[in-house]
Design a binder for this molecule. Structure first.
Ligand code: IPM
Ligand code: MG
Length: 369
C-alpha cells in the first residue's frame, strides 16, 4: 500500500491533478498498485487566509508519505516569488529533492520543428544548488547584508559589506555548488545514462564564464566518468539551446545545473508540443519525491476546462515508475500516445477536447490495458 500526498495548489493545478488521480485510480483497478491519497491544502488560498506557506506540520505530515503529487502554484494576488520560494522551492530544499527529472519526448505531430526528428531526452536538472539557493541581497546606501543558507549538506553564512563611491545601490545573488552536491548529481546522471543505455552523457554549463562553480563541476563529472563506459560530453548552455533546435535527436541523458535547467526544460517542453506535455519529478532517491507538471497555475484559463491534463498525467506516470510500477507507468504513457494517434487532444494542441474529456479518453485507453 502506497501513501500519496496530493497538493493540487492553485489555478489549473486542481483541474489537472483531478485527472491524474482518476488515472491513478484506474491503474489501481487493473493492477497490483494499491494506494491511499491525502489531500493537503497548501497554496495561495491558504496563504491569503492564514499567512502560512509551508508549515512544520505540513513537512512532518508529508515526510510520512511515499510520494507527493503536486499541481501548480502561483496567484496574481500574491507578489511573485512568495509562493514559489515559500512553497515549491522550500519543499525541494526541505525534502532534499536534489534531482529534477524532466523527460523531453518527441510527441509527434506536435513537435514544432520543420525537420522531422525523433528524440527521447532525459534532462537531469540539479535541484537544490546553483543560483537557486536564495542567497542574495540588496544594498542600499552602503549597507551590510547577512546571507544565511542552510541545506542538508552545508551551511553558508556570510557577512557582506559594500562601499560605493556614489549613491548607487547593489544587488547580488550567489550561485554555489558543493563537492557533495556535485557528486550526488553526477552519480545520479551517470546511473541514469547507464540505465537508459545511452552511450554518452551531456553536461551543460557555462564553464567559460562562471569558471569557479562549473569548473569544479566538470572536474568531478570527469573523475566519475572513469568508472563508467559512457562518454562525457561538455556543452555550453548557449550552444545547447541552439543544438536542441537543430539536432535534438543527438542527445540522450543531459545533466544541467539548476538555473540553466529551468530554462532549457521550458524549451524542451515546447519542443515536445508545449507546456501542456511537460512532466517532472523532484527526486530524493532516499526520501520523499514529488511529481508535478512543469507548467504553472495559468490563472488566465483556470476553472474553464481548457487546461491540458497530459503533463499532470505524465507526472503521475513518473510517480508510478518511481514507486516501482514501471509497467503501469509505461501503460499510461502508451495510453496517452494512443489518444494522440486517435486525434483526441485538447485545444492547446489544436484539438477539440476540454480537460475532463481528455481525461476520460486517457482513462478509456488505460483500462484497455
Ligand atoms: C519550474 C518552475 C519553478 C522553477 C518556479 C515556479 C520557481 O519554473 O519548476 O521549472 O524555477 O524551478
Ligand atoms: Mg521553470
Amino acid at each position: 500500500m502506497k501513501h500519496l500526498a496530493v497538493i493540487p495548489g492553485d489555478g489549473i493545478g486542481k483541474e489537472v491533478v483531478d485527472i491524474g488521480l482518476e488515472i491513478i485510480d484506474a491503474i489501481s483497478e487493473i493492477s497490483q498498485f494499491n494506494y491511499d491519497a491525502e489531500l493537503f491544502d497548501i497554496g495561495s488560498e491558504r496563504y491569503l487566509r492564514t499567512g502560512e506557506l509551508l508549515t512544520e506540520e505540513d513537512i512532518s505530515d508529508l515526510k510520512k508519505k511515499d510520494a507527493v503529487y503536486f499541481g501548480a502554484i502561483g496567484d496574481p494576488r500574491v507578489r511573485p516569488g512568495v509562493l514559489e520560494k515559500g512553497i515549491l522551492l522550500n519543499m525541494r530544499a526541505r525534502f532534499d529533492q536534489y534531482i529534477n527529472l524532466r523527460p523531453v519526448t518527441s510527441w509527434h505531430p506536435f513537435v514544432p520543428l520543420k525537420k522531422h526528428f525523433d528524440f527521447d531526452i532525459c534532462f537531469i536538472r540539479e535541484n537544490t544548488e546553483d543560483f537557486y539557493m536564495g542567497a542574495g541581497g540588496t544594498f542600499r546606501n552602503g549597507s551590510r547584508t547577512q546571507v544565511n543558507v542552510k541545506r542538508e549538506l552545508y551551511e553558508l553564512d556570510m557577512n557582506i559589506d559594500t562601499r560605493s563611491s556614489s549613491d548607487d545601490d547593489f544587488a547580488f545573488e550567489i550561485g554555489m555548488l558543493s563537492e557533495k552536491g556535485i557528486e550526488r548529481f553526477a552519480d545520479y546522471s551517470f546511473m541514469t545514462a547507464e540505465k537508459r543505455g545511452d552511450r554518452k552523457l551531456t553536461l551543460v554549463d557555462k564553464a567559460n564564464v562562471c569558471t569557479s562553480i562549473y569548473g569544479m563541476q566538470r572536474e568531478i563529472f570527469s573523475s566519475k566518468a572513469e568508472k563508467y563506459d559512457i562518454e562525457l560530453e561538455f556543452m555550453y548552455v548557449d550552444a545547447m539551446a541552439m543544438a536542441m533546435i537543430v539536432r535534438p535527436d543527438t542527445f540522450g541523458t543531459v545533466a544541467v545545473p539548476n538555473l540553466f535547467g529551468d530554462i532549457l526544460t521550458d524549451l524542451g517542453a515546447q519542443l515536445q508540443g508545449g507546456l501542456g506535455m511537460g512532466a517532472s519529478g523532484n527526486i530524493n532517491p532516499k526520501g520523499v519525491s514529488m511529481f508535478e507538471p512543469i507548467h504553472g497555475s495559468a490563472p488566465d484559463i483556470a476553472g474553464q476546462g481548457k487546461a491540458n491534463p497530459i503533463a499532470a498525467v505524465l507526472a503521475a506516470k513518473m510517480m508510478l515508475d518511481h514507486l516501482g510500477h514501471e509497467d503501469m507507468g509505461t501503460l499510461v504513457q502508451n495510453a496517452v500516445r494512443r489518444c494522440l494517434d486517435n486525434g483526441m487532444y485538447t485545444k492547446d494542441l489544436g484539438g477539440k477536447l476540454n480537460t475532463k474529456e481528455m481525461g476520460a479518453e486517457i482513462k478509456k485507453e488505460v483500462l484497455k490495458g
